[in-house]
Write a protein of this length. Structure first.
Ligand SMILES: [Zn+2]
Length: 131
């Protein structure tokens, strides 16, 4: 086997995919060839790094996935918070408009904005418009 052939088989060697005899010949070559030994060392270092990517709770992908899901939950919660604030503001606006409406009735007997539902006032309209 040439050095080039050896080097193309190194990954298979470390993956345990080689038969015992070719694996033994590769190992023997690495002991005598500095070039191949250096490349084999690099491959082992890369594999070690890839292994280190495995985190306590499963694979890196699982960890990333969990992080993404947490991120999505945070986004949804933030949106809910925003909507809650908006609803509170709208309620305050409606309450303020109702107050204006009531004042309109009591102070001037005027009809409030026709866009707003308002309590019937038989004195001013003569008919029950609502309820
Ligand atoms: Zn070699």
């Amino acid at each position: 086997m040439t050095c080039a052939e050896i080097q193309t088989r190194l990954t298979a060697l470390y993956d345990g995919e080689l038969e015992p005899e070719p694996a033994r010949r590769l190992q023997a070559h690495l002991e005598t060839c500095a070039d191949c030994a250096r490349i084999a060392g690099e491959i082992r270092a890369l594999r070690a790094q890839a292994m280190a990517w495995n985190v306590a709770d499963g694979t890196v992908w699982d960890a990333v996935q969990a992080k993404i899901e947490a991120e999505e939950v945070r986004t949804v919660l933030a949106e809910l918070q925003r909507l809650r604030t908006e609803v509170r503001q709208l309620r305050a606006e409606v309450a303020a408009l109702r107050d204006q409406q009531r004042q309109g009735f009591s102070e001037q007997g005027n009809r409030p904005s026709p866009l707003l539902p308002y309590a019937p006032n038989e004195k001013t309209t003569g008919t029950r418009l609502l309820m």
